[in-house]
Design a protein around this ligand. Structure first.
Ligand code: BTN
Length: 252
């Protein structure tokens, strides 16, 4: 077991990703160390957003990894492997789990987990990875500005034991991480594609001011998404350059 071999619990931190980064700055940290928090006062999400979570209701954690065999130009394979790990976990308890590119975990059309991966790159290698995961377990009410949050409790109708969920989640992540280090990467890539939210389905997208319809045909290990428009032209976008357009009245 790599992930979860060393578990640190903090009642209250600013952000577990920030905490992990401070630990790395202070010296050697064992690979697979997990920093879990009961509450974050400054939880961070993608695109500079905040990640808010009611105290003691959800899983908030960061994992420190040293993915020695992954080259910086293929670093998105780390996101793929860990997204699959979280999706394996949600898939065990719910139906309709998928990964919304780049690495949100959805159940049907709602977001149950977010992942914030921060790689530290030195010259031509990844020195360390901090993988932050926020997974909604028992929270039932969310701030109104969020588009489509959901939790395990809202889906299953019952309370879940956080520590039990943590054990199952870490084991799923560990399996995927070992597959990344020692197994077949093409399999990770294929599975990521096959679990992708709205893969090969006609959807509306927005890129800057432009709204267009197209289908997702691929995501590369460098993290680019390929969308084929109705004229059969393929366009590649990086994260931040494109997003789904949500239809009026939908929960998204
Ligand atoms: C997203 O925007 O979807 C990513 C959210 C990631 C949130 C988690 S919670 C634990 C870890 N610590 C943070 O500050 N962020 C990540």
């Amino acid at each position: 077991m790599i992930i979860g071999s060393n578990l640190i619990f903090r009642e209250n931190v600013a952000s577990t990703n920030t905490e992990a980064s401070l630990m790395l700055n202070q010296g050697e940290v064992a690979e697979g160390t997990v920093i879990q928090a009961g509450f974050q006062s400054a939880g961070r999400g993608q695109k500079g957003n905040r990640w808010e979570s009611v105290k003691g209701k959800n899983l908030l954690l960061s994992i420190i990894l040293y993915p020695w065999s992954v080259k910086p130009e293929e670093q998105f394979i780390i996101n793929m492997a860990l997204s699959l790990g979280v999706c394996d976990f949600t898939g065990k308890m719910t139906q309709g789990s998928s990964i919304k590119w780049p690495n949100d975990i959805y159940v049907k059309d709602d977001k149950i987990a977010g992942i914030l991966i921060e790689n530290s790159i030195m010259a031509d290698r990844i020195e360390s990875t901090i993988a932050g995961i926020g997974l909604n377990i028992n929270q039932e009410e969310f701030p109104g500005n969020l588009r489509n949050p959901v939790s395990m409790k809202m889906i299953t109708g019952r309370e879940h034991d956080l520590q039990q969920c943590l054990t199952v989640l870490l084991s799923a992540l560990d399996k995927r991480y070992r597959q990344l280090l020692y197994g077949d990467r093409e399999e990770i890539h294929d599975e990521y594609r096959s679990r992708l939210y709205r893969f090969n389905e006609l959807s509306a997208f927005r890129s800057g001011e432009k709204v267009f319809e197209g289908t997702i045909t691929d995501v590369s290990v460098s993290g680019f998404i390929t969308i084929r428009d109705k004229q059969q032209h393929e366009h590649r976008f990086s994260f931040k350059e494109v997003d789904f357009v949500t239809s009026p009245g939908s929960s998204r």
